[in-house]
Design a protein around this ligand. Structure first.
Ligand code: ZN
Length: 395
């Protein structure tokens, strides 16, 4: 057993990296980033209102390719974030496929109603409600915009994307409510609004996710994936993106034949693969983080199977994951099933600053306790894993 949680002084100096958070939801909190003890925050975008905010945050606080080339952690205190651009499943209904509307730039009121009727479940006949929903955006236009952000920020990731079977979309603001909303929060989130009975169809969510996975593959960027009550279908969708690219696992007989063949012929396929330039486009992302992983331990094995052609990381938080009192719950079992080089930590918090540091410290201590790692060793491992996830080092 490692030392009990919370007793040893925390080794911030080894570098603590938040793999998934949303500080642009509270814009005023961004100014506290340079004074935070965490080394780097991986900042997600989720919806129409926060893509440009994440870009601006990267302009101000982003680490640069020069910082990284400079080597081990020498980048400045003011350079502390890596941006991620993506569309979250909670907002997936706000996206329409222009091909289904003859390439329309925007939808008429009737088309808007038809669009929401086709992507929301159960189908709604409440025309007032459907008309009150946000103007749907063109999906291809969003993908083009995301691509240009990714090109503008060469270290940027794709995220937050994913699938969610449990969420329901919020009702529109009631008259008078908008005026009294908290101005400090970036618009577009739920903010305590009543939930409607409607969910977004899995088909539509999948379409939005798959296109973003392909974009990540095209530009060879890592992806941060949200999956709630959809573990099977998240795997299926990811597997769909790498279909035809599965790693070949040689059978025992094939391996034997290879071993006895001449040296030239015995060159294993994997060795040839690892020499491919990293920039080469594929239809699937090179690295994936399943954020606040809440699936069962058995599903972890699916992702680490030899045929999976990308490195899948599992990130844990104290905000979303529910840890058992006795240390023997479902999350603990999943964490134990994750290999030491594939664990990440995150705050998943919507505000930067001291609270975020506290959450990060808490989750590091939790993971070290479950994994049986000494605290310093654990912080170092987690730092190395984050760099492997974001920069693709060490693969
Ligand atoms: Zn998130």
């Amino acid at each position: 057993m490692a030392e009990p949680e919370g007793t040893m002084e925390f080794p911030w100096h080894h570098g603590v990296f938040d793999a998934h958070c949303h500080p642009t939801d509270t814009l005023s909190s961004l100014q506290s980033i340079p004074s935070m003890r965490a080394k780097v925050l991986t900042v997600m975008a989720t919806r129409a209102q926060d893509q440009e905010l994440v870009a601006k945050a990267a302009d101000e606080y982003g680490i640069t390719s020069d910082d990284v080339a400079d080597g081990e952690m020498s980048w400045r205190d003011s350079h502390k974030i890596v941006p991620a651009f993506g569309w979250h499943p909670w907002f997936s209904h706000q996206m329409f496929d222009e091909d289904e509307y003859d390439g329309a730039q925007s939808l008429t009121l009737d088309q808007k109603v038809a669009h929401y009727q086709s992507v929301l479940q159960p189908r709604s006949e409440d025309i007032d409600f459907l008309q009150s929903l946000p103007e749907p955006r063109r999906f291809r236009q969003f993908l083009d915009q995301t691509k240009s952000y990714l090109e503008r920020y060469p270290l940027a990731l794709v995220g937050e994307v994913g699938l969610d079977r449990s969420f329901r979309i919020p009702e529109a603001w009631l008259p008078g409510e908008v005026e009294s909303r908290n101005d400090a929060l970036t618009p577009g989130g739920r903010e305590g609004r009543k939930l409607s009975p409607y969910r977004v169809s899995m088909d539509h969510q999948k379409k939005v996710l798959l296109a973003q996975l392909r974009l990540a593959g095209e530009l060879q960027r890592a992806v941060s994936v949200h999956g709630v009550q959809a573990h099977g279908i998240v795997y299926e969708t990811l597997a769909e993106s790498w279909k035809g690219y599965e790693r070949k696992v040689p059978s025992r007989r094939e391996r034997k034949r290879q071993e006895s063949a001449t040296k030239i012929n015995a060159e294993p396929e994997d060795a040839a693969k690892s020499e491919e330039p990293r920039s080469r486009s594929k239809p699937y992302p090179p690295r994936i983080c399943l954020h606040s992983y809440s699936g069962p331990a058995e599903n972890v094995k699916q992702y680490t199977a030899a045929l999976v052609p990308c490195h899948v990381f599992f990130s844990f938080s104290t905000t979303i994951n529910s840890w058992a009192e006795d240390g023997n719950g479902k999350v603990e079992a999943a964490l134990r099933a994750v290999s030491d080089d594939s664990v990440l930590i995150e705050s998943d918090l919507h505000t930067a600053g001291e609270k975020m540091d506290q959450y990060l410290e808490k989750i590091v201590r939790k993971i070290c306790a479950v994994k049986g790692w000494e605290l310093e060793d654990g912080v170092e491992r987690l730092a190395k894993n984050w760099k492997a996830f974001v920069f693709g080092t060490g693969d």
